[in-house]
Design a protein around this ligand. Sequence first.
Ligand code: FES
Length: 350
Amino acid sequence: MSQDMSEENLPDRPAHEGGSQVATAENPFADPGFPAHQPRRQDIDEKAARSSERTVAFLFTVSMLATLGFIASFVVIPIDKIVYIWPLGHISALNFALGMTLGVSLFAIGAGAVHWARTLMSDVEVADDRHAIAASPEVRAKVMAEFATGTGESQIGRRKLIRNTMLGALTLVPLSGVFLLRDLGPLPEDKLRHTLWSKGRLLINQNTNKPLRPEDVAVGSLTFAVPEGLEEEQHDYQEQLAKAALMIVRIQPNDIKDKKSRDWAHQGILAFSKICTHVGCPISLYEQQTHHVLCPCHQSTFDLSDGARVIFGPAGHALPQLHISVNGEGYLEALGDFEEPVGPAFWERG
Ligand code: FES
């Protein structure tokens, strides 16, 4: 294709005539141009075109209904309702309904637009040579004329059913975002103050599902634990797991700088909440030389050898520590619940 930059050379011919050049001494590569345009069934059969129009309108209508379903779900489904959905397991009914309806709403708009473009809009190929960025008034007038032509070819003026349903779908879909603002409340109040941890509850290795003994925790390793009695089948499993998830490390006792931390540890084994105090991501990256853990979401870094205080990043509080010991049978156990709220509970801490 020519790289001529002058505005006079903008193509003003039907594209299927465009580009064809024979090979010359200066330009040895022949350009065959565009193949002849093949009309689609909808181009020659108004009945087929009407059928495509109805399909597009149907998809836009589905989008509208899905958006209304999104809003209805938001209003009707309780925030703490859990349902079992195969193969996802126990999940929040509200999150599932919102995800499904918003997904269908956006997908139906996209599918409607694609079907419209493929069956009814002009499919004549066009060529447009490169030209100067600043357009002259003549070029702008020409663009506006081409826009008007394109609008005519899209049949948006003629196909009022498509136009009206598309406008309906595009008008309704932003409402989903407005309704999501409800998630800014209500505050969790004291819900993050209490977890399943209590005096005498064993620490269960989250990978093996077995109670942990001190000898299972090697210096330099990072182990994840959950409270004894937390079962996947229970209806609030996800909520309880999210609050009680524990991160266990073993540090040489002499390397533990914070006195309370040392007192709450057992032979250098420290147990901290795994939930970041910034906005609640699970922490998982441990650097054994420095005893730092890093939250992957916004890089908050906590020093586990110094009471898990924040040494970098946006988190505002140290990770809550769990007071642990060993029971008569040699298993690690909790000596109570966390003393402060887990997760991003800045609104409760004053
Ligand atoms: S959630 Fe951990 S740093 Fe933001």
